[in-house]
Design a protein around this ligand. Structure first.
Ligand SMILES: Cc1cc2nc3c(=O)[nH]c(=O)nc-3n(C[C@H](O)[C@H](O)[C@H](O)COP(=O)(O)O)c2cc1C
Length: 167
């Protein structure tokens, strides 16, 4: 496998940074456990039918809970809610009960819905694809809310956060 000094790898990582995509928080509930983490790897991927791809690191507790979940919550993180990004990106549920530290309610299919993120949806897990050190979950939206939540927090502003789990 090519190392970190590989020029293609270096250029690819530079252009991935330049995309500066929106930050999302994925939540999951299964078998009496709840979890959630900050993700940058998430995107709509079909218009008709509407579908979304959310990628979870196999190292994360959220991935372990999501493996057993039928539905996931996907929240757009407002730029003004950087504290939530810190909580869900910098802490791991292996050590901290993140949901005890923020406001949320139980949404459709038991999925935790975060009060601080007014733009969110619940998606049924349609497929799970092994894409490398992450697993991509293909979601069919079954419930959604879209309100004025202000601009989204972007990757460039979230890079300062030290991930709770190395990918
Ligand atoms: C800027 C940024 C982007 C991240 N992107 C992802 C991602 O796309 N997928 C993912 O699973 N984790 C991603 N993480 C890492 C998790 O949010 C982090 O490791 C978290 O602490 C995991 O929590 P958990 O163990 O409770 O699931 C990202 C973290 C940061 C700071």
């Amino acid at each position: 496998m090519a190392g970190s000094d590989d020029p293609v790898r270096r250029a690819f990582s530079g252009l991935a940074l330049a995309l500066d995509g929106p930050m999302l928080i994925v939540t999951a509930a299964a078998g009496g456990e709840r979890a959630g983490c900050l993700i940058g790897f998430g995107t709509p991927c079909s218009i008709d039918p509407p579908r979304f791809l959310a990628c979870l690191s196999k190292a994360n507790r959220t991935h372990r809970v999501a493996r057993r979940a039928t539905h996931l919550g996907v929240h757009v993180v407002p730029a003004a809610a950087a504290g939530l990004a810190d909580l869900f990106g910098d802490e791991t549920g292996d050590e901290v009960d993140k949901l005890a530290r923020c406001a949320w309610r139980e949404g459709p299919h038991g999925v935790p819905l975060l009060d601080g993120c007014p733009n969110r949806f619940v998606g049924a897990v349609r497929e799970r694809i092994d894409v490398g050190d992450h697993e991509a979950l293909l979601l069919d939206p079954v419930w959604a809310e879209h309100r004025d939540g202000g601009p989204a927090l972007r990757f460039g502003a979230a890079r300062r956060i030290e991930p709770g789990h190395p990918a």
